[in-house]
Design a protein around this ligand. Structure first.
Ligand code: SAM
Length: 218
């Protein structure tokens, strides 16, 4: 497939405004803000909707799914404390926007999506944009055990509980960031793996995600 993406002064200007807005909303990590300022979010939208791409809103991407709100992407990215070379598992590739942010932060990203149409699109669009994660199609609620352990795991859909299997795929010192709650709202939860069966859990702000659907989920 041939893609023709343009990133002109209008989109670059809108991206700068978005970064300022996220800073005002409390995102402090300069590297996360730089990554948001770099990744062309409008490439994940149909050209008709480019004027929506730098608003701080989630937006439909087809198949009942959404590209996450920029604030949510920045918030989860900040919580991961991404270091260069971190091996990160992302559950819920969606549009691939969050994936690109993690790669900009220096991570090696393993990303899994359960919807085939979205998976097919991202395996074409992301490499075309120059981003090369490891793509998987399937139920990520069980993680991706084959490539574990991971330094960090990020879940971009709302889970009813924290799946035990994900915790087991974290390295010691590793961090899981996962929204947990009911269908209407979820608390952002971070879990640090301290030892074999030793975990530190923190509950943060409330968000609204599409559901994590699968064996260890809804
Ligand atoms: N962060 C993504 C982005 O930037 O576009 C947004 C992801 S969207 C809010 C959540 C995604 O998780 C959807 O694409 C959905 O199909 C996917 N999903 C839900 N349950 C899943 C599962 N068990 N395994 C993998 N992906 C799942």
């Amino acid at each position: 497939m041939a893609y023709k993406f343009v990133d002109n002064y209008r989109e670059r200007g809108a991206r700068k405004q978005l970064v300022k807005h996220l800073e005002k909303r409390g995102i402090e990590d300069k590297r996360v803000l730089q990554a948001i300022g770099k990744v062309p979010r409008h490439f994940f939208f149909d050209e008709t909707f480019w004027n929506q791409a730098y608003r701080d809103i989630a937006f439909p991407i087809g198949d009942g799914q959404t590209i996450s709100q920029p604030y949510t992407v920045a918030y989860q990215s900040e919580l991961l404390h991404v270091k260069k070379g971190d091996k990160i598992l992302e559950i819920g590739t969606g549009s691939g926007y969050q994936t690109c942010i993690l790669i900009e932060l220096g991570a090696e990203v393993f990303t899994i999506e359960r919807q085939e149409s979205l998976y097919r699109r991202t395996i074409q669009v992301l490499p075309y944009m120059g981003y090369k994660p490891h793509f998987f199609l399937g139920d990520g609620s069980r993680g991706v055990p084959k490539h574990a352990p991971y330094d960090k795991i990020i879940v971009t859909a709302g889970a009813p509980f924290v799946p035990e299997v994900m915790l087991k795929q974290l390295r010691y010192g590793g961090i899981l960031v996962i929204p947990v709650g009911d269908e209407k709202s979820q608390k952002m939860v971070t879990i640090l793996r301290v030892g074999e069966n030793d975990f530190e859990r923190i509950e943060l702000d409330t968000f609204r995600f599409v559901p994590l659907v699968g064996d260890q989920a809804w």
